[in-house]
Ligand binder design. Structure first.
Ligand SMILES: *[C@@H]1O[C@H](CO)[C@@H](O)[C@H](O)[C@H]1NC(C)=O
Ligand SMILES: *[C@@H]1O[C@H](CO)[C@@H](O)[C@H](O)[C@H]1NC(C)=O
Ligand SMILES: *[C@@H]1O[C@H](CO)[C@@H](O)[C@H](O)[C@H]1NC(C)=O
Ligand SMILES: *[C@@H]1O[C@H](CO)[C@@H](O)[C@H](O)[C@H]1NC(C)=O
Ligand SMILES: *[C@@H]1O[C@H](CO)[C@@H](O)[C@H](O)[C@H]1NC(C)=O
Ligand SMILES: *[C@@H]1O[C@H](CO)[C@@H](O)[C@H](O)[C@H]1NC(C)=O
Ligand SMILES: *[C@@H]1O[C@H](CO)[C@@H](O)[C@H](O)[C@H]1NC(C)=O
Ligand SMILES: *[C@@H]1O[C@H](CO)[C@@H](O)[C@H](O)[C@H]1NC(C)=O
Ligand SMILES: *[C@@H]1O[C@H](CO)[C@@H](O)[C@H](O)[C@H]1NC(C)=O
Ligand SMILES: *[C@@H]1O[C@H](CO)[C@@H](O)[C@H](O)[C@H]1NC(C)=O
Length: 696
């Protein structure tokens, strides 16, 4: 017996030695830290985005700087599959589609530096949100599918393609430099000759659990939960929260009476790009909601606003990018009595859309030509337009109307008009097609709306430096606030209603340049403080389930701009139902961090009271479990386990095979060992024990 054991041990040791003798030198991986993946999204009928295989896709890096470099990847290079390192001027839909059609490509890493290359334009569709807006066969068919005006002519639709390989964005110049160097040292083909091994390779991992479409994936999600008790669903509906407030507080649990009239001012909160959570949206979202927030502040500080005949409601919608998630949900809630006001309570509607480009001169007020055919509605719209003219008389901006036969641009207002004809206008910076060339692109940055700061400012100085862009947007906010005041029946002096350029500049700095700033720190409630450590860059991507950081910030800014200090202790502030005369149906309370007093080491927190509320922005399609809906957004985001990118050197193919064999050897050895240990455990483990018991 003892002899047999010894023989097995020796043969196992020999086997290991044999295997390890062949093993190649340990691979050195360099993890890439500043990347953003493209992930898979699904709607009722399609999947879009990208994914890798389960364990990630690997390929030899090849740099593509110009058209002529493509042939190496697509046909000539001897070491496929290739991981294509794309310069930003080559990151176009045409190039991406040619890579997609080749079996020699294992993935793409796009180098996207802070300023756009000439070829970089909007990756969104030419006709955004088509099919979910107002115009259809039943309503203004001549305007459906952007027949009359192509809103986003620069759009190449890249964001809505489906790629079978991983695509990552490289954000950091220094990291990109590491990859370039590795490529230059090892892979660069000299005079067309194949480079010698070892070669620089890249591995991209972004395996997506969700497949095909939302119908399939939601069915699977539910199936998995019930059958295998695996709560690891495969996809989640895109959802977040809308933010709303009114100038005269209303009972948020009650129902407005039919006589209550509300003038609605709306804007969208979200944007997107080809890459996950890279969504600066400066013109497409930030410009509009900043103006709205500044107008809300101006009105909140106007004394007689509480006694106006009509109330003014501010609505900020999330998820509008994805077929109007937020606004369609709000309309659904308003129609089903799940929101304090109904559609019938809405007197008129003003929406702020992309409004950051060239705001110093002209604003365009878009209206719906179909509802204007009704003389009653036409009269009310003309009154609204006249208010704009009246307000701008003393200002250096003008509000102009585009051609009367032009339909509304993509806007939340369209979702309201789908259900009920309401007089209203959408204010934008474009007369016809978008002025924004970078609609839903990674390049919709501050530069895009002319936001510039003098050199050498400290973050604190920049936060408070009033830029020309801030002045222009503050003027637009004053215009909006005054128009809302007139619409609500106000007849006081308009001069006193002026948006604060200081507030606008702080918001621009916070939402566009750097959200980790002292103002945002001072207005955030203490339990939300971890947002400053969790995420480095602000993103306006709607995301799934939880409140995104952008929603949290907008909510708190609105608290700061429209709310008041409440003299409550921390306990009372966190549980305001406990105070003597609770008014929690009318007001919301947050305990904010506050600013540091002079010489103080810690900021002084305090309680803020405001009638700022959140409402769910989850598409009604998921409420109704109608996953193939064509009425409501059906966008879901796939789940994934691991997303990552790294580079390393690969030896020749033969060595790769040896590596594999080594792996198999180790596996077999360990299996043999385990089998052996199991079989002989009584000898191996009980023996010595007996022995030691003897010695005691
Ligand atoms: C889903 O998205 C794809 C890609 O953009 C589009 O072609 C299709 O029409 C969409 N399906 C629905 C039902 O909206
Ligand atoms: C890149 O490296 C340079 C020099 O090491 C450094 O000064 C710079 O801050 C780095 N940039 C980033 C974005 O890390
Ligand atoms: C990423 O971070 C890791 C750990 O901090 C570091 O070892 C690695 O060099 C970084 N990658 C690059 C490309 O700088
Ligand atoms: C607000 O509405 C709720 C629900 O309808 C009701 O119970 C409550 O009395 C209302 N509060 C006031 C002050 O009207
Ligand atoms: C015009 O709209 C008003 C209110 O929306 C409605 O009551 C009226 O019936 C409409 N008139 C016509 C001719 O459709
Ligand atoms: C308005 O649009 C219509 C239809 O596109 C066109 O015929 C008309 O000339 C345009 N009017 C102006 C003033 O541009
Ligand atoms: C935010 O700013 C503070 C100081 O201003 C700094 O200590 C912290 O590291 C910053 N957080 C992030 C995520 O950059
Ligand atoms: C809003 O923020 C500013 C700057 O931190 C602060 O001075 C002001 O008191 C805040 N207002 C409210 C109502 O919290
Ligand atoms: C705040 O409340 C405390 C206790 O209720 C009271 O003593 C104090 O005077 C109040 N402060 C103000 C500014 O109202
Ligand atoms: C802050 O500290 C400085 C220097 O110690 C002192 O002169 C000043 O009076 C202090 N201010 C307050 C408000 O305590």
């Amino acid at each position: 017996m003892g002899m047999e054991v010894a023989v097995r041990w020796i043969s196992a040791a020999l086997f290991i030695g044999l295997c390890s003798a062949n093993s190649v030198e340990k691979k050195i991986y360099i993890t890439l830290n500043a990347t953003a993946p493209c992930v898979r999204l699904m709607n009722a009928t399609h999947q879009i985005g990208c994914q890798s295989s389960l364990s990630g896709d690997t390929g030899v890096i090849h740099l593509v700087e110009q058209e002529s470099n493509l042939s190496w990847v697509l046909s000539d290079g001897p070491n496929p599959p290739y991981m294509v390192l794309l310069e930003s001027n080559m990151f176009t839909r045409d190039v991406m589609l040619s890579l997609k059609s080749s079996s020699r490509v294992s993935g793409v890493a796009a180098i996207l530096p802070p300023s756009p290359a000439p070829g970089q334009l909007s990756p969104d569709l030419k006709c955004p949100n088509d099919g979910f807006g107002l115009y259809s066969l039943n309503y203004g068919p001549e305007y459906a599918h952007c027949n009359e005006t192509l809103w986003n002519p620069e759009g190449n639709g890249l964001s809505y393609d489906d790629f079978p390989f991983p695509v990552f964005m490289l954000k950091d110049e220094n990291e990109t430099q590491v990859i370039r160097q590795c490529y230059k040292d090892h892979n660069h083909p000299r005079e067309g000759a194949a480079p010698a091994f070892p070669l620089c390779a890249m591995q991209l991992s972004s395996h997506m659990h969700g497949v095909k479409d939302t119908v399939t994936c939601m069915r699977r999600s539910r199936g998995q939960v019930s059958i295998t008790l695996n709560t690891d669903d495969v996809c989640d509906p895109l959802s977040d929260f809308n933010v709303w407030t009114t100038t005269q507080p209303i009972n948020k649990s009650g129902v407005a009476s039919p006589e209550d009239r509300f003038v609605v001012a709306a804007a969208r909160l979200d944007s997107r790009s080809f890459f996950w959570e890279v969504a600066p949206g400066t013109d497409s979202a930030v410009s509009g909601f900043i103006v709205l927030l500044a107008a809300a502040e101006a009105l909140a500080r106007t004394p007689d606003v509480e006694s106006l005949p009509k109330n003014i409601m501010f609505l900020l919608f999330q998820g509008e990018t994805f077929d109007y998630i937020g606004s369609s949900r709000m309309v659904y809630d308003m129609t089903n009595g799940k929101f304090p006001i109904a559609l019938e309570n809405i007197d008129s509607f003003i929406e702020l859309n992309q409004i950051g480009i060239g705001t110093s001169s002209e604003i365009w007020a878009h209206t719906d030509p179909v509802s204007l055919r009704n003389s009653t509605v036409n009269e009310q719209v003309q009154k609204l337009l006249a208010s704009f003219s009246k307000v701008t008389a003393g200002m250096n901006i003008s509000v102009r109307q585009p051609n009367q036969s032009q339909p509304l641009p993509p806007s939340s207002f369209q979702r309201f008009l789908r259900k009920r004809i309401i007089p209203g206008a959408v204010l934008t910076d474009h007369q016809a097609s978008f002025a924004n060339r970078y609609y839903q692109s990674v390049y919709d940055l501050g530069e895009n709306i002319g936001l510039r700061y003098p050199d050498g400012l400290t973050p604190e100085e920049a936060l408070n430096h009033i830029t020309d862009t801030a002045k222009a947007l503050a003027d637009v906010a004053s215009l909006v606030a005054r128009t809302l005041y007139l619409q609500a029946g106000g007849n006081g002096s308009l001069e006193n209603i002026t948006a604060n350029a200081q507030t606008v500049t702080r918001m621009l700095y916070g939402f566009v340049i750097n959200w980790n700033n002292s103002w945002f720190h001072s207005i955030i409630s203490q339990d939300k403080n971890d947002i400053f450590t969790k995420q480095k860059h602000i993103s306006f991507y709607v995301s799934v389930n939880e409140q995104t950081f952008s929603t949290v910030l907008v909510e708190h800014v609105l608290f700061n701009l429209t709310g008041h200090h409440a003299n409550l202790t921390e306990e009372q502030c966190r549980d305001p139902k406990s105070i003597p005369h609770p008014d929690t149906n009318f007001f919301n309370y947050i305990w904010v961090q506050g600013t540091k007093a002079e010489n103080a080491s810690e900021p002084t927190p305090y309680c803020v009271r405001a009638n700022v509320w959140l409402s769910r922005a989850l598409s009604p399609a998921f409420e109704l479990a109608d996953y193939s809906s064509t009425e409501y957004s059906t966008w879901t985001e796939s789940r994934w386990q691991k997303v990552g990118a790294r580079i390393f050197l690969v030896a020749s193919r033969e060595l790769e095979i040896i590596t594999l064999v080594t792996g198999i050897c180790v596996l077999i050895t360990s299996m043999v060992l385990i089998h052996f240990l199991n079989a002989k455990s009584n000898i191996l483990f009980s023996g010595p024990q007996e022995h030691s018991s003897v010695s005691y």
